[in-house]
Design a protein around this ligand. Structure first.
Ligand code: ATP
Length: 454
């Protein structure tokens, strides 16, 4: 097939079926999927969990064959691994016994590149991702954000035509993922990117609208293309514009209504769905004990203000490890960050210095006003006469927005915070959440395995 000059990858009528676990028959994961990736564009594949996004990416990367249909890469039918692409994985997928440099060189070695050239190219890729000086570090010495930087360097070094990213930011805490996403976008906008196009798989709508020029929306059961939305914003895509909000709202609406036809015609005014789900906003994975410990350290500083790098140094922590705790303190309205300093708010100072009972009251007040998901859980429990709901009900809501493992972590963090604030209780043996007054069997909290030392 002769490809149009700017088409890098064509997916033509792809079907994918997997055998059923009982061996009797097959189920269809992808049905009649066709689309292209062109030079110079960022395409997002957006779909709910289970819509076959990763399967499609793996087929396009040549890691698994389609049951039917064909992929063309650079105009040639794909057979085996696709050397025109490189992949960044959600799980980083670094080899722990190799250094940063060795991890980055690995793909070049597999492609038979000579030692000196490997070294030069790896150093350049490590430099691009801002890890200069960490060449001899091992993965275990790196924070999550730094590990994913190595993941990017390992893909960049191959100078692929198309960079594939499979949920690259979703295993990182909120602030780290925000930073890295911003840096990747800057690199692309500066036309300094080591590939001609990007294909990103995500179920995060805002991420897709922020990064992509075009969003291909997948439906589920079986996975199929529902339509696409062109992101007609100047780069970088400014989240604060009404047009950004309209695009996000339009996509929320089609994602939550499987029956709606995706026309891609997005009205500029009146967002269709003004309030995003409270379950879509990630909680930083920090225990209440961690937040109060940090606030106690900061409150002792002059004017309740501390310099973040200096604080990290005093605590012998990487700044990346400190950030989720600061993130939580800011989310709860206990602290404010500006120009590298963290300053406690009035309520943050009270929280850090008061008695345990009063601190619970303050935490409850801040959680209910600043953390919509905790408020939503309490409201849901209040709707029930029994004051109790199965944990699965809430997990399903998080599953809409996060991979399942992350949904479970979000649940565990919400339980930790909700318990401390005495907003609700979790009975692990029953797998149920209760309003504090609602469970006669729960004399004392049942541990989630996260400790009770708040
Ligand atoms: N090798 C396999 N054998 C059998 N079933 C599979 C295999 N790989 C994926 N599936 C199934 O195909 C479906 C789609 O999976 P896939 O991981 O592609 O979805 P996804 O949209 O990427 O989901 P998520 O966002 O949760 O990662 C799921 O039901 C999954 O269980």
């Amino acid at each position: 097939m002769a490809a149009a000059p700017n088409i890098l990858i064509t997916v033509e009528n792809i079907h994918k079926r997997f055998p059923l676990p009982d061996g009797k028959g097959e189920f269809t994961v992808l049905s009649d999927v066709s689309f292209t990736v062109r030079s110079g564009e960022v395409v997002a594949l957006l779909g709910r969990s289970g819509s076959g996004k990763s399967t499609l990416l793996r087929i396009m990367a040549g890691l698994i064959p389609p049951s039917q249909g064909q992929v063309f890469s650079n105009g040639k039918p794909l057979r085996g691994a696709n050397h025109d692409v490189a992949m960044v994985f959600q799980s980083f997928a670094l080899l722990p016994w190799l250094t940063v440099q060795e991890n980055v060189e690995l793909g070049l070695e597999a492609r038979g590149v000579q030692r000196d050239e490997r070294r030069q190219r790896a150093l350049k890729a490590i430099d691009i991702v801002g890890l200069d000086g960490f060449e001899s570090a091992y993965p275990k010495e790196l924070s999550g954000g730094m590990k994913q930087r190595v993941g990017f360097a390992r893909a960049f070094v191959l100078e692929p035509q198309v960079l594939f990213m499979d949920e690259p930011f979703s295993a990182l805490d909120v602030l780290t993922s925000e930073n890295l996403r911003g840096e990747i976008d800057d690199l692309w906008n500066a036309k300094a990117f080591p590939s001609k196009s990007i294909l990103i798989v995500t179920h995060n709508i805002e991420e897709a609208v922020f990064l992509a020029d075009r969003i291909v929306i997948l439906g589920s059961n079986p996975g199929r293309i529902r339509g696409e939305v062109v992101i007609d914003l100047p780069r970088p895509h400014d989240r604060t514009t009404p047009r950004f909000a309209s695009l996000v709202d339009y996509i929320y609406t089609v994602m939550t209504n499987p029956e709606i036809e995706v026309t891609g015609k997005v009205a500029t005014t009146t967002p269709v769905l003004a309030v995003p789900s409270p379950y879509a906003k990630a909680l930083p994975h920090v225990r209440v004990g961690g937040i109060s410990g940090l606030l106690e350290l900061i409150v002792d500083q002059p004017e309740g203000t501390d310099d973040i790098p200096r604080l990290a140094e005093r605590l012998q922590l990487a700044v990346d490890d400190l950030l989720p705790i600061l993130d939580a303190a800011v989310l709860l309205g206990f602290a404010e960050i500006s120009q590298g300093d963290v300053r406690l708010t009035k309520v943050g100072q009270d929280f850090a210095t008061t008695t345990i009972l009063r601190s619970k009251d303050l935490f409850r007040q801040q959680a209910l006003t600043h953390v919509p998901v905790l408020n939503s859980i309490v409201q849901t429990l209040r709707e029930k006469r029994s004051g109790s709901m199965r944990a699965d009900f809430f997990l399903d809501l998080w599953d809409e927005h996060f991979p399942h493992e992350e949904a479970e972590r979000q649940f565990a963090t919400a339980v930790d915070w909700g318990r401390y604030a005495e907003l609700f209780e979790y009975d692990a043996s029953e797998e149920r959440l209760y309003l504090p007054e609602a469970n006669p069997n729960l004399e004392k909290p049942v541990s989630l395995g996260r400790g009770e030392d708040n």
